[in-house]
Design a protein around this ligand. Structure first.
Ligand SMILES: NC(=O)c1ccc[n+]([C@@H]2O[C@H](COP(=O)([O-])OP(=O)(O)OC[C@H]3O[C@@H](n4cnc5c(N)ncnc54)[C@H](O)[C@@H]3O)[C@@H](O)[C@H]2O)c1
Ligand SMILES: O=P(O)(O)OC[C@@H](O)[C@@H](O)[C@H](O)[C@H](O)CO
Length: 491
């Protein structure tokens, strides 16, 4: 259990403990990727429904990667309870103990237990927040990489699977064999058409094992699309200490997030679902306009803020977002290049939406980390920024501000900041990124070297409409630094 016995300061605000009997819940949802976001978002919506007595469904979390052992230990020690702290820009934070996760399985300990949990008839939904990189797709084509050596080895071996693909597909195989209807696979990752991407990739993996099973998945498994939104930074030691000090809760891994939340979900659940709409979820037929809006404004906006922000010396997102010129640059990117590529979004005033994004970025209490925005750029730039570039170019419109985002990444990947301090590049292809970026500096510099990474950028290097503004910004970053470059961009 989480320990609620620490002495409470007199000023402590009350915290909302679960009001429902957790022993009576059904583990109908199995979730892969129990990180900060899942615990701030999907698990929170379910907790809302449980408090209102509107469902008896609960979540069994799964960790598939070795580093999830830490989450396993915390969840086991705390009976899967944890504290969620929602921080508005002004006013009092809201503290909830979330009870909707009732079990946690760690696949490296016992893959068969995870497979059997999903194969169990009680499981109706398998959901995912395994990051953009978790889908094993080619950055340029968006296709599943069937040559990934780990997956090739996994599918040609009789050993129990390790990957999320192997585990889920084996569970689906067992359900088919046992005559049990398949569960719905619900991706909640920031990927355009996340349901379609999940459908394509899980089917492609299954094909590597058994083409007939792949066809059965195509014909029978539902993969709803969704747009998910709630800024959730990585939990820090300061967060843990503040929750104990202010609220008397000792929690090994609480979650801190903004007070905003949004979930737009396609209604595609053959085995049923909780009545999410009663918890504030927008259940719609077509998620695409919402996804485009969110990925190309918020997430690409984060990319615009991240590398320039870091190079400008900011380490917290709100500090970067409160830099007037940097905020103007981010807004100009959104207005001039992100917005023209969107579809009309039902019920949304885009100007108000963009205003609200900049306010959310500037929320000083969330204390989101600039380095979190700069993580895994090789997975994020192709999904958030390059689609805008390609759509703008195809329509004959300008890409100056989006090209600047890529140039800021190229400069960031040189891995030395403007004070000569090392930058830690956290990316699954960090060495490759650094190698390409290193070629753009020095006496025999190839200024376009970063773009020669065709696996990331395809043939973008051949389009002068992109390379000209890109080079202008990269040169300015080298010559004058980030702040002067941003000033020039917003001129
Ligand atoms: N943090 C946010 O603000 C936020 C908001 C909206 C959506 N999201 C989505 O949620 C994802 C996770 O964000 P987070 O903040 O929870 O990150 P996190 O680092 O806290 O958790 C990520 C989880 O995904 C798992 N994972 C990563 N790669 C995997 C793989 N290949 N196979 C299986 N599991 C894998 C990790 O082990 C971990 O459990 C993001 O990438 C994004 O798609 C995050
Ligand atoms: O988590 P990622 O990789 O999808 O992207 C980084 C941030 O842009 C993202 O986490 C946002 O904070 C989030 O999408 C807000 O809903």
């Amino acid at each position: 259990m989480i320990d609620l016995t620490a002495p409470l300061p007199e000023s402590a605000e009350p915290i909302a403990l679960p009001t429902y009997d957790r022993t009576k819940l059904k583990p109908a949802i199995v979730h892969f990727g129990v990180g900060g976001f899942h615990r701030a978002h999907q698990a929170m919506y379910l907790d809302r429904l449980l408090r209102d007595g509107k469902t008896d469904w609960a979540i069994c979390g799964v960790g598939a990667l070795p580093h999830d052992a830490k989450m396993r230990d915390v969840m086991k020690a705390q009976d899967c309870l944890y504290t969620l702290v929602e921080r508005p820009p002004h006013g009092t934070e809201n503290v909830i103990v979330i009870g909707s996760i009732i079990d946690y399985l760690f696949a490296p300990d016992d893959p068969d237990a995870v497979i059997e949990k999903m194969a169990d008839e009680q499981t109706k939904i398998v959901s995912l927040t395994i990051t953009e990189g978790g889908y094993n797709i080619d950055a340029v084509t968006g296709e599943f990489d069937a040559e990934n050596p780990d997956l090739v080895a996994e599918t040609s071996s009789d050993d129990p699977p390790k990957s999320v693909y192997g585990l889920v597909v084996e569970a689906l195989r067992r359900r088919r064999e046992r005559g049990i209807e398949p569960f719905t696979v619900m991706s909640c990752d920031n990927i355009q058409g996340n349901g379609h991407v999940a459908q394509g990739t899980f089917t492609a993996y299954a094909k590597m094992r058994d083409p007939e099973l792949a066809q059965w998945i195509t014909d029978n498994v539902a993969f709803p699309n969704s747009m998910v939104d709630r800024i959730t930074p990585a939990t820090t030691g300061d967060d843990i200490a503040a929750i104990e000090k202010d609220h008397g809760v000792k929690d090994g891994w609480p979650v801190v997030c903004e007070d905003f939340d949004q979930w737009v979900l396609q209604d595609l659940f053959p085995l049923g679902r909780p009545p999410y709409e009663e918890a504030g979820v927008q259940v719609v037929d077509d998620v695409l306009p919402y996804e485009l809006m969110k990925l190309r404004l918020l997430n690409a906006g984060h990319q615009a803020l991240g590398y320039f922000g870091y190079l400008s010396g900011y380490r917290l997102v709100h500090e970067a977002a409160q830099d007037e010129k940097l905020a103007r640059y981010v807004r100009a990117y959104m207005d001039n290049e992100g917005t023209p590529t969107l579809q009309p979004v039902p019920g949304v005033d885009l100007d108000e939406y963009k205003d609200s994004l900049l306010e959310r970025f500037a929320n000083p209490h969330v204390r989101d980390q600039v380095q979190r925005l700069c993580l895994e750029a090789s997975d994020r730039i192709p999904k958030f920024v390059l689609p805008v570039v390609r759509d703008q170019l195809a329509a004959g419109r300008e890409v100056r501000l989006a090209a600047a985002i890529v140039a800021s990444l190229a400069r960031y990947c040189e891995a030395i900041d403007e004070d000569g301090q090392p930058i830690e590049i956290n990316d699954r292809i960090a060495d490759t990124l650094k190698e390409y970026a290193a070629k753009q500096v020095g006496s025999d510099a190839d200024e376009l070297a970063f773009l020669t990474n065709h696996q990331l950028f395809g043939k973008l290097i051949e389009d002068q409409r992109f390379t000209e503004p890109y080079l202008e910004v990269l040169r300015s970053l080298h010559r004058d630094g980030a702040k002067a470059t941003i000033a020039r961009l917003v001129g």
